[in-house]
Design a protein around this ligand. Structure first.
Ligand SMILES: NC(=O)c1ccc[n+]([C@@H]2O[C@H](COP(=O)([O-])OP(=O)(O)OC[C@H]3O[C@@H](n4cnc5c(N)ncnc54)[C@H](O)[C@@H]3O)[C@@H](O)[C@H]2O)c1
Length: 271
């Protein structure tokens, strides 16, 4: 899939940690589609990850920024416009982290300092990012801003912990800010609710393997991969989806529409 539907478009891609990251696959697909972008990640992640390999491959620059720091975001947005030569057409927020999940704290015994940190990184950073973009008038008309979410925002999944609440908050920010971005700047804001995917963030969720198998058996089209998600994001950055906004878009092989599948019934009936 390499139609040049993003030719002439400029943007920022947050969250490429390694070649499993959804943001990494997105950068590759956007590059193939002709888009130009700046890559960014938290300074600490730069040391752990291999983002420079991706930058070389996609002919892009890397600017470190902690997405919870308004100062970092302001500087990133200024630098990105200088490097790319004008206002932005697309931004991907592909960021998530819960300290409680990382440290194995149960949802019924949360550490609230850690909860606040995870909420800031996973949800409030999206507001901070959009506020910087909005106040700097950094987006072109008909631009597109996307963040990644998960269906635990709507339904309970026992091991998703406080990330479920962070995703619900994130989706709400997309609608609330999307209203003003639409009205006043003609810019789209959406979230994509992606299938469980084997990435560093994904692996943090206890029992992910079982989770993936369950979702695979529930989804008529099977789980959406990170590559599939990347292609979907390209379509949402393109001019073909100009009036899609304020949506939480399920990209999950149909999982969200199924009550129970025959495969799951068969599996349970064996017991
Ligand atoms: N993997 C899944 O199963 C799955 C499913 C649905 C949605 N998502 C969402 O997709 C997004 C991307 O996750 P992924 O699965 O590609 O995993 P990933 O671990 O590759 O990406 C998460 C990224 O967040 C970055 N990050 C963390 N703190 C940051 C900070 N303070 N500032 C800037 N960046 C920071 C990390 O460095 C990393 O690059 C997340 O929002 C995640 O919740 C993932």
């Amino acid at each position: 899939m390499s139609h040049k539907i993003l030719e002439g478009k400029r943007g920022i891609i947050f969250g490429a940690l390694d070649d499993q990251s959804i943001a990494w696959k997105t950068a590759e697909s956007v590059h193939l589609a002709g888009g130009k972008f700046v890559l960014t990640n938290a300074p600490v992640a730069m040391r752990m990850g291999t983002i420079n390999t991706l930058a070389n491959k996609t002919n892009s620059k890397v600017i470190p920024a902690d997405a919870t720091s308004v100062e970092d975001l302001n500087s990133l947005i200024d630098q990105a416009q200088d490097i790319l030569g004008g206002k932005l057409d697309f931004v991907l927020h592909s960021i998530g982290m819960s300290v409680n999940v990382r440290k194995g704290k149960h949802y019924t015994d949360l550490n609230y300092d850690w909860l606040e940190k995870g909420w800031d990184v996973s949800a409030v950073s999206f507001h901070k990012l959009m506020q910087s973009l909005y106040q700097k008038d950094a987006m072109n008309e008909w631009g597109s801003i996307i963040a990644l979410s998960y269906i635990a925002a709507q339904r309970t999944f026992p091991n998703y912990n406080d990330m479920a609440d962070n995703k619900a908050y994130l989706e709400s920010i997309a609608r609330s800010f999307g209203y003003f971005f639409g009205k006043n700047k003609k810019v789209r804001v959406n979230t994509i609710s992606q299938s469980p995917t084997l990435t560093t963030a994904g692996k943090g969720v206890a029992g992910l393997e079982g989770f993936l198998k369950y979702a695979e058996k529930m989804s008529p089209l099977g789980n959406a991969t990170a590559e599939d998600c990347a292609d979907y994001i390209v379509s949402l950055f393109s001019d073909y989806t100009r009036r899609v906004t304020l949506q939480n878009l399920y990209h999950d092989g149909g999982f969200s529409g199924v009550g129970v599948s025959q495969e799951i019934i068969d599996e349970i009936s064996k017991e």
